[in-house]
Design a binder for this molecule. Sequence first.
Ligand code: ASP
Length: 476
Amino acid sequence: MSKSTLSRSSIISSKDKINDLVKLAGWVANKRDHGKVTFIDLRDETGLIQCVGINNKLKDLTIESVVEVFGKINKRPESLINQELETGEIELFVEDYQILNKSSELPISIEDDGLNINEESRLQYRYLDLRRSRLQKNLRLKSKLINAFRKELLDQDFVEIETPMLTKSTKEGARDFIVPSRLQTGKFYALPQSPQQYKQLLMAAGFEKYFQLARCIRDEDLRADRGFEFTQLDLEMSFVDQPTIMNFLTNLVIKVCQELGVKIKDENFPIFDYQEALTKFGADKFDLRSPEDKKEGVLAFAWVINFPFFKKVDKNDRAEASDSKSAWTFTHNPFSSPIPEHIAAHLEGNQTEKIIASQYDLVCNGFEVAGGSLRAHQAEVLRATFRTMGYSDEQIEENVGHMLKAFSLGTPPHGGIAFGIDRLLMLMAGEDNLRETMAFPMTAGGRTSVMDAPSAVSDEQLAELKLSVASNKKSS
Ligand code: ASP
């Protein structure tokens, strides 16, 4: 077969092609020039192979250039076998090669795990950073995780449905990111903190089992386990009670972990009362792993239930202070229902501190990896929640009138949950930072990877939106 008729094959498949002519393409991972002979390690997404060039072949290649090589796969002599390499028993003897893209010297090293390089540089050159094997593994595992969830849910007759990104505020306890409207100047959309209200409206629409891989956008203080943007596996089911849905979710998590070969400490996820968790662990997120479990990368899941529905507003928290108009705000989700035995008291609105929400949080290795609840599906229950938070009838109508309307037009009882996919992956991959699980995360200071945002917009854009910026001081 000649060079021009041969199509590109993967590096890993070369193992079965001894004495064959092949065409490979990839990146020059490294180069060893021994005068008469030049060796490179060629890398594609399937692996690495040693290529041998004589008569000045390969000499002009620079590290991380993209090349196509053509030649014969030879078995290496016994003494030159490289046990560390999957293709260590073979090498490619180069007959011809072509540089597809020449690389200049790299601004960051991509050879090790990269954890010693400062974050700004790693994110500025994220496309290089992502070439390192640790991040390649993390993102491939994320794809598997998402697909395992998707497969399980589709098998169980869930319907995957998208909901809007430009919408009205849904309260999840953070500030909204807002987007000015050009057509209705002076008005704003909010980017969704979660699809909470839309998924409930899908229950009203008769989709009894919904899920979505939803991007959620929350303006909150950034931490290692939190970014402005994250991905939730968001789901909702009609006609469920709390034990049924918790049981369903436990089985879902077990199946997904099995699919990915992740070990679970105890498949009977222990269930703790919120108060019990506080007494026992001093927090509602805790780590049940033994030192041995930690070494083995085991995941230890537990449920926490019986959370108080309301808490006193923290005046220093701007989002809390603006969500609530009284001394009280919700602990998790204003759309939750109180547990059935507390509904009467909730409607009366006089024992606020005692009301327990039908909230269930899934904890894993010290982190909250999912949170959900049974929802209010009767208008008066949702109205009572907002009344407790100090909203007048008019303010209730303005904020959630559309939900109250839906709840008067045949909305079934329902409940759901959302898993923090990035966080779950962080634990599965044994990473300490959420950013290690995302392709293009923001810096700890909220700047985007590679591209320079947030950035100023032109005067024309501002004029079109009828906006003016009060201060021109640039934040860095
Ligand atoms: N919407 C909730 C959240 O984002 C999750 C849920 O209750 O389904 O935390």
